[in-house]
Design a protein around this ligand. Structure first.
Ligand SMILES: [Zn+2]
Length: 306
């Protein structure tokens, strides 16, 4: 009887797993987990459990570079946890290796409450592995990057806004989970929130931005400082720009064209043409800003007073 099909990715560790494992091989304070490209660091003193993911999308390298930098600094004892524990993991290691967004499926749509009973394909298996890392986590930060130009920003649900502000980010976007039908499910942030943890997604800038790794590292350090796991000296913004999403609009990717090269936080006035596809024109329904315009969708948000 033939064996069940085993894709080649099961037969060898990824390049990123080998690279990171080599990096921490002589660092007894860093535990290499059974899950590929995932590492655990803990302090003697009890404290919150934090999970940081980088590069859940393989075409967004900043997060994995930040994970690598953090591991380097923990390995050479530049960083030493004051309390609690942190898991650092690269998300979609195979897509990252291939410099593509996904191998088969968008990994950030596969974090469902119910286990995937029979995962088939790389991302379904990977989602199951990464979900296990989130068990019992108090905080999760997922480091992403945008396709179009964008200043770095933090996303979280409204009930976590006070904590987001305490971290000192310059831009905060809330309301993704309140978009109803248009809201995306199966993402890491929704998942950890459902599990009783606190989820934050960071967009570290445009995905080819040279500052991406530094921005991702800054975001991770802000979270670790917020929960008193690590000290960090950084300029804090005491009055951040806070935006609330109110629409997520899908467009016909094959024919859609933006009127001009828009990026995140591009201001729009009521009635302004955003772009058009074969079916219709898309105009701003009110004075608002664009958030994460991409080739197949864009979101709209209003700035709120602090
Ligand atoms: Zn992403």
């Amino acid at each position: 009887m033939p064996l069940r099909h085993s894709p080649p990715y099961q037969s060898r560790p990824s390049l990123i797993d080998r690279e990171l494992s080599g990096l921490v091989a002589d660092a007894p304070q860093i535990e290499k987990l059974a899950v590929p490209a995932a590492f655990h660091i803990s302090a003697a003193l009890e404290g919150p459990k934090v999970v940081i993911f980088g590069s859940i999308h393989g075409d967004e390298p900043a997060g994995s570079l930040a994970v690598k930098e953090l591991l380097t600094q923990f390995a050479d004892c530049t960083l030493k946890l004051l309390r609690g524990s942190v898991i650092l993991a690269v998300g979609n290691e195979l897509a990252l290796e291939q410099r593509v967004r996904k191998v088969e499926r968008d990994l950030n749509r596969l974090f469902e409450f119910e286990s995937i009973i029979e995962p088939s394909g790389y991302e379904e298996r990977r989602a199951e592995e990464l979900r296990d890392l989130l068990a019992g986590a108090d905080y999760m930060m997922d480091l992403h990057a945008t396709s179009k130009s964008s200043s770095p920003f933090l996303m979280c649900e409204s009930h976590l806004l006070a904590e987001a502000q305490a971290m000192g980010f310059a831009r905060i976007v809330t309301g993704w989970g309140e978009l109803g039908e248009a809201s995306l499910g199966g993402d890491t942030e929704s998942y950890i929130n459902q599990m009783g943890g606190k989820g934050f997604t960071v967009e570290t800038g445009q995905r080819d931005d040279a500052e991406g790794c530094a921005n991702a590292l800054d975001a991770a350090r802000r979270l670790l400082r917020h929960v008193s796991l690590l000290p960090y000296e950084a300029a804090d913004v005491t009055a951040p720009a806070i935006y609330k999403l109110f629409a997520s609009i899908k467009v016909e990717e094959a024919t859609f064209k933006y009127r001009q090269p828009f990026g995140s936080f591009n201001p729009l006035v009521e009635g302004e043409l955003i772009g058009c596809d074969a079916n219709k024109e898309y105009r701003a329904p009110c004075d608002c800003v664009l958030v994460m315009p991409s080739n197949d969708e864009f979101m709209l948000a209003r700035r709120r007073s602090n």
